[in-house]
Design a protein around this ligand. Structure first.
Ligand SMILES: [Mg+2]
Length: 121
């Protein structure tokens, strides 16, 4: 298993070795995360999600799976870079968010029915 703090340190090292920090702001990195998320989404554009999942899970879509891994890693890299630039621990932020979601989405109320998810406000 890969340690998230180790990944955050590796991201920092990668950025510092290339002297890219001077070009990066949290805003630019957030924009990059959005672009990368859209590159991931583009892989599925105009395709039936359920049919595609069957193909992916069957292992027949090896090239698509390679692209999904690649774009997902790009999104993750952007998230790690944001955490590095803004000076927070992404693992702690994630666990904090998970606790918030656990409180917001009562298991008994939403189990098996995503239409019962309350609005954000
Ligand atoms: Mg990409």
């Amino acid at each position: 298993m890969v340690d998230l703090k180790g990944l955050q340190r590796a991201t920092k090292k990668f950025i510092d070795e290339r002297d890219w920090r001077k070009f990066q702001t949290v805003k630019e990195l957030a924009a990059n995360a959005s672009v990368e998320a859209n590159e991931l989404l583009e892989l599925f554009l105009w395709q039936d999600g359920k049919e595609l999942d069957k193909e992916i899970l069957s292992g027949r879509e090896k090239e698509l799976i390679r692209k999904i891994k690649n774009e997902t890693a790009d999104v993750f890299f952007s998230c790690l870079a944001i955490a590095d630039q803004a000076g927070f621990d992404l693992g702690e932020a994630f666990l904090s968010k998970l606790e918030e979601l656990d409180r917001r989405y009562d298991k008994k109320k939403v189990k098996g029915d995503p239409t019962k998810i309350p609005s954000k406000d």
